[in-house]
Design a protein around this ligand. Structure first.
Ligand SMILES: Nc1ncnc2c1ncn2[C@@H]1O[C@H](COP(=O)(O)OP(=O)(O)O)[C@@H](O)[C@H]1O
Ligand SMILES: [Mg+2]
Length: 406
C-alpha cells in the first residue's frame, strides 16, 4: 500500500492524525463539521484510505432489477436452461434425494451430453449400468427446470398399448379412450397459472424390457418421436412440438450377452434409428458419490466418515471386477446405499455397534449376489481395502471396545 493510501488526515486544531475527523472533532473539541469548516474551509475531513475502503465496500452492490419471470434460466452441466416459471413442481418429476449433477469423471461427460440433447429438444436413449442415474438425471433436470414430465416404467407384463388408447364398450358400441401417454404427447400440460400449453418430457424407463408382443406399441412410441402418432383407427395426430422422449435402458437394444439383464430384449433397429441421440452412462465417480453418501447417511458420516475413502477404494475395486466380468452381479450406487445404509441403521439402532460394522453392513449387499462363489469373491476383494477386515475375524469377544475401528 502506498503512503497516501494509508495516510490519515490532520486535525488543524491540535495536529492529531485520524482517519475520520468528524467523530474526532465532536468528541475532542465538541465541534461540528460546519464550525470546523468555517475556520478551515478546505481542510480534508476523511482519509483517502477510508474513502477507498468505503468505495470498495459498496462497489458491487448496485442492484439490478430481478429478471422477468418468463426469462428465468438455470445453469446445468454447463448449459443455460430455461425454467418454466408457470409450471408447479407437482407437474414435474421429483428431484431425487441429495441429487448432485455429476461433475467428475466419465459420467460428468455423459450427463453433459444428455443435458445438451435435452436443451436441444432431442429424443435420446440413455443406457448403461444400473444406478448410474439414467432415470435420476432426467428427473432432476425436469424438476430443476420445471418441465412438466412423467415416467413410464416398461416391463414384460405392462400393456404399453393401453398408454395410447384402449377399447371401451358403451351402450353396445365400441368406444376408444385415449390413454395418459397419448394425452401427454398430443396435448402436453396446461399451466394452471398462465393457461399456457407446455410440451411434456416423457421418460420411458427400462425400455429394453419390452417384449416382442409390445413391438407394435413401441412403434407408436418411435413414431411419436418423429412428431406424429397414430390413433386407434390409423388416423394421425400431431405430437405437441417441443415434446421430448427420454428412453432409459441397461442395453442399447442388442439384448444382453452377459446374462445379467435377462429381461433385456433385442429391439428392431428401425426403431432404434428413429431415436435421435444415444448416450452411454458410466458409473458415478467416487468424487461425486462420496458427498452424496455423506449427505444421505449423516450418522455414518459423523461416526465413520474417516472410513469413507476406504469404502471408495473398495467400491472402485468391486466395480472394476463387475466391468471385467469377474464378479457376476452389480455394485451400483444402490449397492453402496445398501452397504452404508445398513451400517447407519446399526449405528442408530444398536447400543453397541459391532466391531466389524463394515463387514456386517457389507453382508447386506453380498447376500444379494447370486451364489456363494461370487459372495466370497466380493468379500475377498473388499477385505483387502478395509482396515480391520471385512472377513470373519473369528472370536473377538476379548477385544476391548477401544479397539473399535469406528
Ligand atoms: N447424481 C446423483 N445424485 C444423487 N443420487 C443419485 C444420483 N444418481 C443416481 N442417484 C440415486 O441412485 C439411485 C439409482 O439411480 P437411477 O437413476 O434410478 O439409476 P438407473 O441408472 O438404474 O436408472 C437412485 O436412488 C438415485 O436417486
Ligand atoms: Mg432405471
Amino acid at each position: 500500500m502506498s503512503d497516501t493510501a494509508t495516510a490519515k488526515v490532520k486535525c488543524e486544531i491540535d495536529g492529531a492524525e485520524v482517519h475520520y475527523l468528524p467523530a474526532y472533532l465532536a468528541e475532542k473539541h465538541g465541534m461540528s463539521v460546519e464550525e470546523y469548516r468555517q475556520a478551515y474551509p478546505n481542510a480534508p475531513l476523511e482519509s483517502d484510505a477510508l474513502r477507498a475502503k468505503f468505495a470498495a465496500a459498496v462497489k458491487n452492490t448496485t442492484r439490478k432489477a430481478p429478471p422477468p419471470r418468463d426469462q428465468l434460466f438455470l445453469n446445468v452441466a454447463g448449459y443455460r436452461m430455461p425454467v418454466n416459471w408457470d409450471v408447479p413442481p407437482e407437474a414435474c418429476l421429483p428431484l431425487p434425494p441429495s441429487y448432485r449433477t455429476p461433475s467428475k469423471g466419465k459420467l460428468a461427460q455423459d450427463v453433459k451430453r444428455a443435458a445438451r440433447y435435452f436443451l436441444a429438444g432431442r429424443s435420446f436413449w440413455a443406457w448403461g449400468p444400473p444406478g448410474s442415474g439414467k432415470d435420476a438425471f432426467p428427473s432432476a433436470l425436469c424438476s430443476m427446470t420445471r418441465t412438466p414430465s412423467a415416467i413410464y416404467p416398461v416391463n414384460a407384463d405392462v400393456d404399453i398399448m393401453a398408454w395410447f388408447f384402449d377399447k371401451n364398450f358403451e351402450n353396445g358400441e365400441t368406444k376408444w379412450i385415449f390413454g395418459e401417454l397419448f394425452n401427454n404427447l398430443v396435448h402436453g400440460y396446461v399451466s394452471p397459472v398462465s393457461g399456457r400449453r407446455v410440451p411434456m418430457t416423457i421418460v420411458l424407463s427400462d425400455f429394453d424390457r419390452a417384449g416382442r408382443s409390445q413391438a407394435e406399441a413401441i412403434r407408436l412410441v418411435a413414431d411419436s418421436i418423429q412428431g406424429r402418432v397414430k390413433g386407434p383407427l390409423g388416423e394421425t395426430y400431431l405430437v405437441l412440438p417441443g415434446t421430448r422422449l427420454i428412453i432409459t435402458a441397461n442395453t442399447m437394444g442388442g439384448g444382453d450377452a452377459t446374462g445379467k439383464y435377462i429381461s433385456a430384449n433385442v429391439l428392431d433397429t428401425s426403431i432404434l434409428d428413429r431415436i435421435e441421440r444415444k448416450v452411454k452412462f458410466h458409473s458415478i465417480d467416487w468424487r461425486d458419490e462420496e458427498p452424496i453418501i455423506r449427505e444421505k447417511y449423516p450418522l455414518f458420516a459423523e461416526k465413520c466418515g474417516h472410513l469413507l475413502p476406504k469404502i471408495g477404494d473398495a467400491t472402485q475395486v468391486l466395480r472394476k471386477a463387475v466391468e471385467e466380468q469377474n464378479l457376476y452381479g452389480e455394485f451400483s450406487h444402490r449397492g453402496l446405499e445398501t452397504w452404508v445404509g445398513d451400517c447407519e441403521d446399526m449405528l442408530r439402532l444398536m447400543v453397541k455397534p459391532p466391531k466389524d460394522l463394515l463387514k456386517q453392513g457389507f453382508l447386506s449387499f453380498a447376500d444379494g449376489l447370486p451364489d456363494e462363489e461370487n459372495k466370497t469373491l466380493a468379500l475377498t476383494l473388499v477385505d483387502a481395502y478395509l482396515k480391520g477386515g471385512a472377513l470373519d475375524q473369528g472370536d473377538t469377544s476379548d477385544v476391548e471396545d477401544d479397539d473399535l475401528d469406528l
